[in-house]
Design a protein. Structure first.
Length: 206
């Protein structure tokens, strides 16, 4: 068996580095396209063109458009899980003021990710694969809150999980109507107080 030479190893390492660089550029181009145009309007050709590569090169890295959306969203999902881990600590404290601050921070989180919100919503409606990904992501959030779940009776933990999922859905819907579409006109501070009035008691274990 022929052993690879130092020169062939360097060439192999260079090819791998070039592949990683192309993948990163594709992800960044896709994020920019999805952020500004949503999901449905963007094509694989649009993303490849931004990077200056061919469709064939795109498909070397991603099976399709929904797969690159998953890659674009990977870090966003991780930060969301971390954010709900912090809610676990807030609820364990029993402090309404701490929960109010968390709701305010939640709206700030949506503000930081609002450019991708329309693309996520479109992909959830259009792509069964992404619908499954979104469902898994939503279901993972209560699992990031073990103290909250354990504070509920064992036979009611399904309801406890549902309450967290409904909180997420309402926060997203409120933010979309408030910040993206302008159909809700209310100061952020007022919205935070109302959302706290609804959800702080709703998330308190019986």
């Amino acid at each position: 068996m022929t052993r690879p030479t130092p020169a062939s190893r360097r060439r192999g390492a260079l090819r791998e580095e070039q592949k990683r660089a192309t993948r990163s550029r594709l992800i960044e181009a896709a994020r920019e396209q999805f952020s500004t145009r949503g999901y449905a309007a963007v094509t694989v050709d649009d993303i490849a063109s931004d990077v200056g590569c061919s469709r064939a090169t795109f498909y070397l890295h991603f099976p399709g458009k929904v797969d690159i959306l998953r890659a674009v969203s990977e870090n966003d999902v991780l930060t969301a899980v971390e954010f709900y881990d912090s809610l676990d600590s807030v609820l364990a404290s029993g402090s309404r003021d701490a929960f109010t601050r968390w709701v305010s921070d939640a709206i700030t989180w949506f503000e930081a990710h609002k450019e991708m919100l329309a693309a996520w919503n479109e992909a959830t409606a259009l792509e069964p694969e992404f619908t499954a990904t979104a469902r898994e992501g939503l279901h993972s959030l209560p699992e990031a809150m073990p103290r909250y779940l354990q504070s509920w009776p064992a036979d009611q933990r399904g309801e406890a999980r549902l309450r967290v999922e409904l909180l997420v859905a309402q926060l997203e819907r409120f933010f979309a109507r408030w910040a993206l579409y302008g159909t809700i006109e209310v100061p952020k501070e007022t919205a935070v107080e109302v959302l706290t009035d609804i959800w702080f008691p709703a998330l308190t274990a019986p």
